[in-house]
Write a protein that binds this ligand. Sequence first.
Ligand code: ADP
Ligand code: MG
Length: 314
Amino acid sequence: MGTQYHISIPLISSSTHPQPNQKHLKKEIDGLLQAINQEMSTYIADSTISRFNQSHSPAWFPVSKEFLYVIQSAQKISLDSQGAFDITVMPLVNLWGFGTSSNNKFPTQAEINDLRNNIGYQLLETQQYPPAIRKKNPKLMIDLSAIAKGYAVDAVADLLRQKSLKNFLVEIGGEIRTQGKNKNKTLWKVAIEKPTTLQRSVQQGLLLDNIAVATSGDYRNYYEKAGKRYSHTINPKTGKPITHKLASVTVLHQSTMIADAQATAIMVLGEQKGKEYAQKQGLEVYMIFREGGKFSVWHNLSTKRLLLHRPLHH
Ligand code: ADP
Ligand code: MG
């Protein structure tokens, strides 16, 4: 997934279940993540997703039921967000220089218009039995970068639960699922970063009670041209990177996959529509806006989730 992962399992003594062997567990987790990559990574040439992207056939393309589940979840969020979230934006991600194939030239409007003909979540169909997907346009391509990390976090958390582990934190590329307590036997504490590029500092500490947290932002993966910021989130309606004041969106949810995808959806919708969407969807969100050199915040998290003091030592 082009990123790092980090899992914490505190050694809280438990009489009923012995702690699993650490080396063995790591091997199992690595195997699980490799299997997910082999399906969902566009960086692997023979992954399921890459084979689907390379194919121009309109026939049903068989996939695993896990793969189908991620696609259907993505399609649901596309419908809900009226196309703000769209896994078929991949050709535009590449055109703007954020994908697997880089592009140094600044795109022209003609190039954007040309690619937009092959984009749209409605051009992707799914079938339950047997699990399969198909493209209505031979050039359609899909990209799960905005949802697969969250899915993988949930998959690792499920594996840990199967091992009867009750306390853990799983993080992949910034998307996090917590369960139970940390080594100090208190709820897990996680920080939302200030959306700045140069230094990393805490914006808001959170106390997480068996819940996932995912953030989308414009402050890590972007470039600047003529004083304008171009970030890796594409607005499917314009075919261009988002340019509004929203600097980061954090979503809390039972499902890391949904938190991950909804954070991206809200990032695309922007300040006002994003807020309305979050409320309509009943999502717990923390949004940070950039205005001039200053940040402002809007959130609907309950106070029990907010830490008053800086929770981290680094
Ligand atoms: P991060 O990778 O920093 O966690 P996101 O979860 O927001 O951020 O995913 C951003 C990635 O999703 C982009 O790099 C791109 O590959 C893809 N993407 C860009 N725009 C969209 C969109 N409108 N809908 C779905 N995926 C998108
Ligand atoms: Mg995301």
